[in-house]
Design a protein around this ligand. Structure first.
Ligand code: GLU
Length: 408
């Protein structure tokens, strides 16, 4: 099944559970608008997308990713997931997603800036603070968001910080936005473990990805007492049975040290430096309690599902687990905490950023994180209640909750 078909099948299952007729939610099966753009850069054609899936709950909202594998089907799927996610955490937005099918590593910063400006020109008519508000996603960041604001403001002749979220603080970004996704992933895991009577100190975690999401998840889990024993990125990673010193590792990677060349571990045996090298592929197969794919889609699939040993999967990457793998793992008693709940903290703080921009306010980090925890708690409670009452998986519960709100 391709991922968009999986989305439709999840929707249909939820509709059935709610006793809805297929025509009641037909509109959610097709994106409201698909924008595909092509432009020339240095003699080559670059392709970009913005898929605006649904606007029932408000202006379209969702990230822009720069990745060579991005295609229309993926952009459609990710846009649809944003519709579901935004409904779950009750932010007044519809769903969208897009980006460029490029490998950003192949370009200099100046080139990326130019490419981002050209892309902004192409999509300028379709975005805006009350129309569609992009944000960072895979391989995009606050600096790129700043370039979009500049270019968009130039086009409309007025400074418009609220056209995107996930900006730098000095460009109108919000306190807490950068760590929001990792922070809320940790919040959701805490609450879930509490229902299983398991304590953070007794819980080992392996994380795939040490970028904006994975690194902040690791830091937050470490702070809360979890033992993060393995982390890996595309170019390598490390594991240590006594746990990794996340702060030191985080500082080292800011200086662009490669994970496999660092071994900051914790505990008595640390001086022995028994770090093992792990790869992005086998980090998810470690013998731990929780694994968190926090990098890119399609990382737990039928190809590696039988080697997954963890009993909890915290799906921080959108579409990190394929439908086939989820079905198999669930039968083995593995709990999958789905992307649309686990990583919803990012868009939630995006909402706070947008609101601060519109009201010309600046909220403190403490206030933002408190409001974030409240929203996540609410979403989590509702999803878990549905899952328990209706005896369905957490993903099915997420779709049921979202559909209820979308069909109101
Ligand atoms: N890219 C993030 C996501 O997938 C954030 C989207 C946003 O903040 O609009 O949820």
């Amino acid at each position: 099944m391709n991922p968009y078909q999986t989305f439709i099948s999840n929707l249909e299952k939820a509709g059935e559970k709610l006793g809805k007729k297929p025509e009641d939610f037909e509109v959610l099966k097709t994106p409201e608008r698909i924008i595909e753009v092509n432009f020339e850069f240095n003699g080559k054609i670059i392709r970009g997308y913005r898929v605006q899936h649904n606007s029932k709950l408000g202006p379209y909202k969702g990230g822009l990713r720069y990745h060579p594998d991005l295609n229309l089907n993926e952009a459609k799927t990710l846009a649809a997931l944003m519709t579901i996610k935004n409904a779950i955490v009750d932010v007044p937005f519809g769903g969208a997603k897009g980006g460029l099918a490029i490998d950003p590593q192949k370009y200099s910063k100046e080139e990326l800036k130019k490419i981002t400006e050209l892309f902004t020109q192409k999509i300028a008519d379709f975005i805006g603070p009350n129309k569609d508000i992009p944000a960072p996603d895979v391989n995009t960041n606050s600096e790129i968001m700043g370039w979009i604001v500049q270019e968009y403001s130039k086009i409309v002749g007025k400074k418009m910080p609220a056209v995107v979220t996930g900006k730098d603080l000095q460009d109108g970004g919000s306190e807490g936005r950068e760590e929001a996704t990792g922070f809320s992933g940790a919040d959701i895991l805490d609450k879930t473990l509490a229902t299983l009577n398991k304590k953070p100190e007794e819980t080992t975690v392996a994380i795939q990805g040490f970028g904006n999401v994975g690194a902040h998840l690791a830091r937050e889990l470490d702070k809360r007492g979890y033992k993060v024993v393995a982390i890996a990125e595309a170019n390598g990673g490390i594991s240590h049975e006594d746990g990794i010193d996340i702060d030191k590792t985080f500082k080292a990677t800011i200086k662009r040290e490669i994970l496999k060349n660092t071994c900051y571990c914790k505990g008595e045996k640390c001086h022995l430096k028994r770090c093992k090298i792990v790869g992005a592929d086998n980090v998810l197969e470690q013998n731990v309690d929780v694994v968190a794919p926090a990098a890119i889609n399609n990382q737990i699939t039928m190809h590696n599902m039988k080697r997954i040993k963890a009993k909890i999967i915290l799906e921080l990457a959108n579409n990190g687990v394929s439908a086939e793998a989820e079905e198999y793992l669930q039968k083995q008693g593995v709990m999958v905490i789905p992307d649309v709940l686990a990583n919803a903290g990012g868009v939630t703080v995006s909402y706070f950023e947008w609101e601060q921009n519109l009201k010309k306010q600046k909220w403190t980090r403490a206030k933002v994180l408190e409001m974030l925890s409240e929203k996540m708690n609410q979403g989590w409670k509702e999803v878990f209640k549905i899952s328990k009452d209706k005896k369905v998986s957490l993903r099915e519960a997420c779709y049921i909750l979202a559909l209820k709100k979308l069909l109101k």
